[in-house]
Design a protein around this ligand. Sequence first.
Ligand code: FES
Length: 591
Amino acid sequence: MRSLESSGARRKTLKNKKTPQTLRSARWFAPDDLRSFGHRSRAMQMGYGPEDWAGKPLIGIINTWSDINPCHAHFKHRVEDIKRGILQAGGMPIELPAISLAEQYVKPTTMLYRNMLAMDTEELIRCHPVDGVVLMGGCDKTTPGLLMGATSAGLPMIYFPAGPMLRGNWHGKVLGSGSDAWKYWDDRRAGLINDQQWLEIEGGIARSHGTCMTMGTASTMTAMAETLGMTLPGASSIPAPDAGHVRMAAATGRRIVEMVWEDLTPDQVLTHDAFENAIIVAMAMGCSTNAIIHLIAQARRAGCNITLDDFDRYSRIVPVLANVRPSGETYLMEDFFYAGGLPGLMSRLLDHLHLDAKTVTGRSLRENIAGAEVFHDDVIRPLDNPIYKEGALAVLRGNLAPDGCVIKPSACPEHLHQHTGPALVFDDYPSMKAVIDSDDLDVTPDHVLVLRNAGPLGGPGMPEWGMLPMPRKLLKQGVRDMLRLSDARMSGTSYGACVLHISPESYVGGPLALIRTGDMITVDVPNRTIKVEISDEELEARRAQWKAPEPRYERGYGWMFSKHIQQADEGCDFDFLRTDFGRPVGEPDIF
Ligand code: FES
């Protein structure tokens, strides 16, 4: 085996914090003992030799590709580009597949498995001989899942976003993921779209690989990853099919090798300031409501106590600047990229951001976005001409949601920001679905639709049911929005007057479990309140009659999930994965 000293000599020109001898992977490959013999001989079984591992950073590439994940379909090729970059920089790539959470296909909801991906990621990193990792994700839960797990693992890591797909098209009209599916589905239910037209929309709404190209959860979370400093500058905005995306893959591979030598670990990047930056940018992006849950969970993995109140505080001072659907009317992520992308948007937020925050480039956010410009003022609006005067999300509290709930006022009509109406309560999703299209449904535009048992435990997994379907009876009358409440989440591509994440959820006996059809409910977004107009005494009397539902699982992952999942306001992480839960996990003791 070649001397580690000589192999790493060319690295001595760098300001190394790591040396070939102190590389983590050297614990597997360097010692002259029987265990290391096994590691080396089995590497040679795969056709590798000492030139591949000795004195070189071994870089894990956590790849969330699968045959049934259209958002990551290009990862089979991009992983080769990342490997090229790693090799160029003198590292050794090791691809490690992780669970692939395809939003459209994984049932009952990918949110049930976000924490499984986080655990998968953390343990893949911990148990393998890697010195740093590239995380390949993009489709909704994959970004937070990968980042949560890698944060807990603590090795140098860099995130590579899948990139948004190209704009959809139908009869010359631009189609946006999710948002236009909901819109045209309502048109079809109202009899305005025929079967042939529906088939054409089906074939035109997703024209390339890549993530949803509206400002959904995928675009929100990849932008958050970049704002946190976990990607190379500009990485999150590049459309997936763009040649620039290929070049970004190679650059990401090169950079992680340098990060290993610099020992640039996530704790140096994921600070409280970095998470506040992510909230600020989320507000200006017109972010998905899911950002709240995921960012709280990510922050807590990094030991930062971010709360719902932090989101609401910035929501009041940072306006929505990105004119991208569903908050905006016209544009999609492809337009956002051409207009300057995330660096362009951040260049408009200089007075709000913590610019000294360190990033994976080794430089500050200020240095990363120096010179960034906006090339289209209607896509990325100036501060004095925003899409919406406040940030994208608002946090409401009251006797119906003591631990808070969320609404996206930027994507719902202003006349519903303050509304009082009678509740029409559905105990679960199937019972709602069974009657929502009935012409006999006793519902008016003033009603407040309520869905319960759709939270973290009740769903289970808090499915994206929060954009309750509009009753067909009202659609036929031309009504397109009404106040809707639930303990569910909704897709970031959704829109409408939907109050979500009501905490505590109804399944554990939160007040949502106690309300009845006909109770008057008031939502007041400007004053951030939500309440059911019944007395505390009446609520307590109803609580005394409430019976906890049967457990949903008696074995397996679902059982573990049920035992340990936290509520929405706490980020829905497992309680035993908190940073303050017991002793930190050390290195594998196998040597
Ligand atoms: Fe994958 Fe929307 S379905 S990002």
